[in-house]
Design a protein. Structure first.
Length: 407
């Protein structure tokens, strides 16, 4: 009983992958101003770089998830992290905004897409009783990455310029991400264990029903409702990651403090993933998922009226908490409903909803700003989207006999 349970090594690997992958992606806000300056691009067109990357890293899970179920998460994650590094390095050499689209959008987008769903899917198989906690710890890498990487990027831009900053980040992403991916393992049974480190005979009884096929899962009311809720919510949820720093600069907040606001989202996100995942295990993951949508709407309401550093910091931390809780709890809810047989594939299909929202939301907010010179309407639209998502999720996750294993 005192032996180290290898499932926690899988969690650590997933943490490192999400730290490097999403941390690199969310540095983009620190690069908006220099990219605009050097390439003479509008805010909307620069925002589209992030939207393209986001569409790919959530949307590509529909391919990487089934491949991970078949070939194992480790191979996909190593490939993904090398692509992230290559994309950032190539972005450092870009001579036009279109080349940034290609290098950053395709490299980071496809790279995170290759690694994220396989890594998170692998974690789900290693845990039952502590699945919410383990999932929360794994994806807390996104929060810590958002806390650490944008200030690091801003410091590198200040010291070296944006090109060398991308070069340094690319090398770090490839070395740390690919190295930690080696610790991923798809199935505890390959290590002679059941989930949570239980003996195999105990785990075999608990796993009498191996889970839904992909075709069965996507036809259920629960999946359709979760898909719709995540699609609508995602139109607004990634707007702050691109536009909070430019918004702060527009309100005469200095660049270093503006980038700290993005770090504050990361701080809140880390707290949300660490704390709320474990609480959801004890109090019910479905109600917590609905509460995350409502919480994001409430925090965005602060952003509508905030014009100085401290109100914006309060918004950033609170938004991060609820955003982090959403990302932590969602894979565990999927596992609860549909089992482990095809969990990576099902999560991958579900995340295509987030991909569409990520593609449309931040870029639409940027183009809306170009027209109106205000972020008010995009923020109000984001609030409405989160509230609608909460209502849909509440209807979709009502108890029924349609999906066994729901909490």
């Amino acid at each position: 009983m005192n032996k180290f349970f290898y499932g926690w090594a899988v969690v650590a690997a997933a943490f490192a992958i999400t730290f490097v992958g999403f941390g690199s992606a969310y540095t983009f806000s620190a690069f908006v101003a220099p990219l605009q300056h050097d390439f003479g691009a509008s805010r909307g067109s620069v925002s589209l770089v992030f939207s393209l990357a986001g569409f790919l890293y959530f949307g590509f899970g529909i391919i990487s998830g089934p491949l991970a179920d078949r070939w194992g998460a480790r191979r996909l994650a190593i490939l993904g992290m090398l692509l992230v590094g290559a994309g950032l390095i190539l972005a450092s050499q870009a001579r036009s905004i279109l080349q940034v689209y290609a290098a950053y959008g395709l490299g980071v987008g496809l790279g995170v897409g290759c690694a994220y769903v396989p890594a998170i899917g692998a974690v789900q198989r290693w845990f039952v009783r502590r699945r919410g906690l383990a999932s929360g710890l794994a994806v807390s890498g996104i929060g810590v990455g958002t806390l650490v990487m944008p200030p690091l990027a801003a410091w590198l831009i200040e010291a070296l310029g944006w090109r060398d900053a991308y070069l340094v980040l690319g090398v770090l992403a490839a070395i740390i991400g690919a190295g930690m991916s080696l610790f991923l393992a798809n199935d505890p049974r390959d290590h002679g264990l059941g989930p949570d480190g239980d003996p195999l005979d105990v785990a075999a009884k608990a796993a009498a029903k191996p889970g839904f096929s992909v075709r069965e899962a996507v036809r259920t009311r629960q999946f359709i409702g979760l898909y719709a809720a995540c699609l609508i919510c995602a139109f607004g949820v990634f707007v702050p990651f691109v536009h909070l720093v430019p918004y702060a600069l527009d309100h005469q907040i200095d660049h270093a403090s503006a980038v700290l606001l993005l770090g504050a989202i990361g701080l809140g996100s880390t707290l949300g993933r660490f704390v709320l995942g474990g609480l959801a295990d004890r109090m019910g993951r479905n109600p917590f998922l609905i509460a995350m949508f409502v919480g994001m709407a409430a925090s965005l309401s602060i952003w509508v009226v905030a014009t100085s550093f401290w109100p914006l910091a309060l918004f950033a931390v609170l938004f991060g908490v609820f955003y982090g809780g959403w990302v932590a709890i969602l894979p565990a809810v999927v596992m609860d409903y549909f089992g482990g047989r095809n969990v990576s594939a099902i999560i991958g299909i579900l995340y295509t909803s987030v991909a569409v929202g990520t593609l449309v939301g931040p870029s639409a907010a940027g183009f809306a700003f170009d027209v109106s010179h205000s972020y008010k309407m995009p923020i109000i639209a984001s609030i409405a989207a989160s509230l609608i998502a909460a209502a849909i999720a509440a209807l979709a996750t009502r108890p029924s006999t349609a999906a066994s294993g729901a909490h």
